[in-house]
Design a protein. Structure first.
Length: 498
């Protein structure tokens, strides 16, 4: 879908999206249409329950005296309460409502809103960004789609009072959307197509954007002593991989920020086999890695002034004659030994070596890891927030605030010695499960044993990486959760030498 920003000029056909504030106060373009149609907009409002409230919509077909074939009036609520995220959602919902309406073109008028905080240019960029994020589809395996199942809309034009500035701002947002789309694609791909090596090849595609990409194979990881990660992959005929992505957008001296992802391309549970129903969901057990890759694409795409490292541990967890057994003891790269009591608690084993490797090699300012780590996270927070676990209050606050701004919420849960004790083990340094109680926290305690002094945060994204219900800018399926959050974290606090 082609999304452009243009100077104000009313279209002579297609759908036209206009706005109103609480109390049905029409914004300029809507007012203009009302006049041209001799009051048709006002009459349509009177014939409905629309009153300009946030989230209200009114579809007006073929109003006389107006060029557009269809006018969609959207409510924005109170002017002073409008935030950027509301404008993104407005653009996204408008697109979703019209995508299959039969028309080819959508025009969205971005008018000045007296009393609103956002500048006109930023507002137009947000509308366009929202529409772009909402336009995502994963259709590549549907060979029999009929035209009526496909969107009719092929172009969106956002009308702005400051099109040049808006276009420049949209360019950066568009790069973030490219990252989000890459994550959604990776998460949606099935595990027969996306496996450790093929996923590593996707990472390599980022080199076009100036990202340096290194792929570690099993022999290399063995030399490095990554027994925890390698144990998980040993039951699969697909070789494990670790990929290091480096984006240098600041001076070579500047300490990097680091992002680490769990990339289990399929999680059967291994010998501790999962039950059959729902197992297909475990194709998205690489969601943490998917987000790290999409984030690196976003940062490089918008040329962020930061040095950023992305590390992903890629393995397939399969049951097999060669697979790891319950009771096996493995030695991690850190030297710490782990008794494997459940081969389905594999994500933490992958991250143990990935985190250790990242902090030893890169000495980052901070490390944030993402993982679809525990089913217990979904029990605790549902699909509304990701779990946040951290050894650092400042990083936690920054993540919380960035999450609220982009509507990718995080909620902090505790870490402490009392929980840590639950993974002590009689015959090795630790065991890989801590029992049913506080399952997400004991998993996080396990990760913390592989983190030294560096500020670190673990995001358990089991509940948010996939959505069975769509949202205004997030169609159902792979959400791309975390790309926007972490991009915002970097933009707000770690760019330009701060
Ligand atoms: N990948 C799963 C966690 C998961 C479950 C993510 C459902 C998304 C949806 C993880 O590897 C796992 O199997 N965790 C176990 C841990 C247990 C064995 C301690 C779990 O949550 O049951
Ligand atoms: Mn598992
Ligand atoms: Zn898993």
């Amino acid at each position: 879908m082609r999304i452009t920003i243009n100077a104000h000029k009313l279209p002579s056909s297609g759908a036209l999206v206009v706005g109103a504030l609480k109390g049905s106060k029409l914004l300029d373009t809507a007012k203009q249409l009302d006049k041209a149609s001799k009051g048709a907009i006002g009459r349509a409002i009177k014939a409905s329950r629309f009153d300009g409230g946030k989230g209200q919509w009114l579809d007006i077909l073929a109003p006389a005296g107006v060029g557009a074939d269809r006018v969609l009036l959207g409510g924005l609520g109170e002017a002073k309460a409008i935030k950027q995220i509301d404008l993104e959602n407005f653009g996204g919902t408008a697109l979703q409502r019209l995508a299959n309406c039969g028309l080819k073109n959508i025009t969205m008028a971005c008018d000045a809103i007296a009393g609103a905080k956002a500048e006109p240019a930023a507002s137009a960029a947000c509308l366009a960004y929202g529409a772009r994020l909402a336009s995502y589809r994963f259709d590549k395996y549907r060979t029999k789609l009929k035209p009526k199942d496909k969107p009719s809309v092929s172009a969106v034009s956002v009308l702005s009072q400051a099109p040049a500035v808006a276009r420049r701002q949209f360019k950066a947002l568009d790069a973030i959307a490219d990252g989000v789309f890459m994550t959604r694609d990776l998460v949606s791909e099935p595990a027969n197509v996306l496996y450790p090596d093929s996923m590593a090849q996707h990472c390599k595609s980022l080199s076009k954007l100036g990202v340096k990409v290194e792929v570690l194979n099993e022999a290399r990881m063995e030399k490095l002593g990554m027994g925890a990660l390698l144990g998980v992959g040993q039951g699969s005929p697909r070789e494990s991989r670790m990929v290091v992505m480096r984006w240098q957008g600041a001076s070579a001296k500047a300490k990097p920020v680091a992002f680490v992802g769990k990339g289990v391309t399929f999680d059967t549970g291994g010998i501790s086999l999962k039950p059959g129903p729902g197992m297909e969901m475990m194709k998205w057990d690489m969601g943490g890695a998917g987000t790290v890759i999409g984030l690196m694409k976003a940062l490089a795409g918008r040329k962020a002034k930061v040095n950023a490292i992305g590390v992903v541990g890629l393995v397939e967890n399969m049951p097999d004659g060669k697979a790891q057994r319950p009771g096996d003891i493995v030695t991690s790269m850190s030297g710490q030994t782990i008794e494997i009591l459940n081969t389905d608690a594999e994500g933490r084993l992958v991250l143990a070596d990935a985190l250790w490797y990242t902090q030893q090699r890169f000495k980052p300012q901070f490390m944030v890891n993402l993982a679809t780590l525990t089913g217990a996270m979904i029990i605790a927070l549902g699909h509304e927030n990701a779990g946040l676990f951290s050894n650092d209050d400042k990083l936690s606050r920054q993540l919380f605030e960035a999450g609220a701004e982009v509507d990718e919420g995080v909620w902090r849960l505790p870490l402490s010695d009392a929980y840590d004790k639950k993974i002590n083990c009689a015959i090795a340094d630790m065991k890989n499960i801590g029992g049913r109680d506080a399952g997400s926290i004991t998993a996080a305690q396990f990760l913390q044993r592989f983190v030294n002094k560096v500020p670190w945060a673990h995001l358990d994204i089991a509940g948010v990486a996939w959505g069975d219900q769509g949202k205004p800018t997030v169609p159902k399926g792979g959400t791309g959760w975390g790309v926007r959050l972490l991009d915002r974290l970097v933009a707000s606090h770690y760019e330009g030498g701060k």
